[in-house]
Design a protein around this ligand. Structure first.
Ligand code: NDP
Length: 234
């Protein structure tokens, strides 16, 4: 059956791979983008998740065209790396505002329809560094760890309504976000990954799609690492 799926930040990187995976499976997929030309093949709605009115407007448009969102993938996220000494309040709060509060905003709005439908699937994209920590990424790691507590609280609140809330924690994935790293940094990262390579975005998408499938109906509050073994033990 074709479901109404929303992927935030679905215009590039991991989000685009996730959007394609759902579309290939026959779902009706909406994506959010902020600027530029969104990729073809999806219902693309312009939305900055740090702006509550834009989030509301995006949902209105999606509900009108695709019906209530049944699967939400909260993928949009940013980094603003800096050692603590040099990290400004702005660096800290901007990352929290997008990655954690922005996710709260889109999940809360999706929940309205899911409660009414008495079913729903929510998948949050966290990161291996939310659990391991990462020097120079205190803001980002805090935001990604926050998603775990957020998801697990919701799993408890919403389980009886047939709504599952899970987290995917990717390791290093080959996207614009990691292309911004220097060759040295990339090499050092690969040395620490048991599978000795970066992930392709499609490898993250496969887990997300599984968590939204019927086969995963009894999985909620889980944190699924897709990290080539980097975070083992956490
Ligand atoms: P990219 O930098 O390639 O893409 C980020 C996406 O998030 C873009 O679509 C961007 O939209 C969107 N976005 C950022 N801020 C906002 C905002 N305020 N409102 C709406 N959309 C926004 O990142 P990746 O694809 O690599 O990452 C996707 C997710 O996966 C992120 O949450 C990231 O933290 C996480 N992740 C990534 C890893 C990696 O190694 N790449 C590893 C672990 C987790 P726009 O195009 O408009 O800027």
């Amino acid at each position: 059956m074709s479901r109404s799926v929303l992927v935030t930040g679905g215009n590039r990187g991991i989000g685009l791979a996730i959007a394609r995976a759902f579309a290939d499976a026959g779902d009706k997929v909406a994506i959010t983008y902020r600027s530029g030309e969104p990729p073809a093949g999806f219902l693309a709605v312009q939305c900055d998740i740090t702006e509550p009115e834009q989030v509301e407007q995006a949902y209105k448009e999606i509900e009108e065209k695709h019906g209530t969102v049944e699967v939400l993938v909260a993928n949009a996220g940013v980094t603003r790396d800096q050692l603590l000494m040099r990290m400004t309040e702005e660096d800290f709060s901007a990352v929290l505002e997008t990655n954690l509060t922005g996710t709260f905003r889109v999940v809360k709005r999706a929940n309205r329809g899911m409660l009414r439908a008495r079913k729903g699937r929510v998948v949050l994209i966290s990161s291996v560094v939310g659990l391991m920590g990462s020097a120079g990424q205190a803001n980002y790691a805090a935001s990604k760890a926050g998603l775990v507590g957020f998801a697990r609280s919701l799993a408890r609140e919403l389980g009886s309504r047939n709504i599952t809330v899970n987290v995917v924690a990717p390791g290093f994935v080959d996207t614009d976000m990691t292309r911004a790293l220097s060759d040295d940094q990339r090499e050092n990262i690969v040395k620490q990954v048991p599978l000795a390579r970066y992930a392709q975005p499609e490898e993250i998408a496969a887990s997300v799609r599984f968590l939204a499938s019927d086969e995963a109906a009894y999985i909620t509050g889980a944190v699924i690492p897709v990290d080539g073994g980097l975070g083992m033990g956490h």
